[in-house]
Write a new protein. Sequence first.
Length: 311
Amino acid sequence: MFRFFLYTMFIMMTGLGCASLFGTKGSDDQVSEKQKVEEKENLQLFDQANKYLDAKKYDLAIKQYETILHKSPSTSFETLILFNLGTAYEGKGDCRGAGRSFRKVVKIANQNQKKLQAESLFRLALAYECIGNDEKTITTLKDLELRKEWISAEVAFAELPAKLASAYARKDNSAEANKYYKMAEKGLAQMTAMRMDPKKKQEMMARTLYSMGTIKHRYFIKKNQLKYVKNLEYVQKYLLKSVELNHSLWSPRAAESLLQAYDNIWLLLEHLETSNSSEEMTIKRKKVNLVQEAITAIELLKKLRFPETSQ
């Protein structure tokens, strides 16, 4: 299903069918027999790479995609290979590799590939978020704001503003953060009001809320722990809402993300040790700040989970 979807998406976005991909007899732009054979071989390699991607064998998928690009750098489906390559790097947890691939798609996508370009922009923003580059995260998401018609409604009206709000919050720009959080809440309300099959709606809402609340934590744990905790204060409500929807796939993932976030905080506090006396006060201040932010996050979570009943 995954491979069929991606290939079908490619055909729709490029306007190509198999005949036009390899040329048709008598056409002015008919490619050589050698080129047609090469493209068929590339498609076979591409299909095998997609099987690896489906099976979460990311290293094998990456190697196969890169083999095609090295062998045929001007292949007619280069953008789709790069997109899938970025997806494989994502799955592996290599945010820089994912960013490189999605950035290339954004750069070389043609006028018939607006959807692929927009999706790549969003994934590029997530890669920037993952490595802690809030400036580029914001710039990329603002660019995507101008292309809303090419992305899904849940991304356009909920995930995108939520990610912008989080990035602005990490930069201590509360005005912009609050502005985009209000937009995200409005988007969620619109999704809730949508008329659709209840099971499909449950899946869509749980998945969207999970995406809104999840952030790759590796960079923040290593480089800026305070930002990590501050970010959690804003996004944990989305994870909690996803849990409460009780979807078989996305709710357990949301619960795991929320629990992992607090486990990370306690591990941070445990590992803030002094190496010499001159660092002692700095470490103590850092601990105090982290504890204060952690307490704030916990109190906010308690209010979300157990709101006070009005008399």
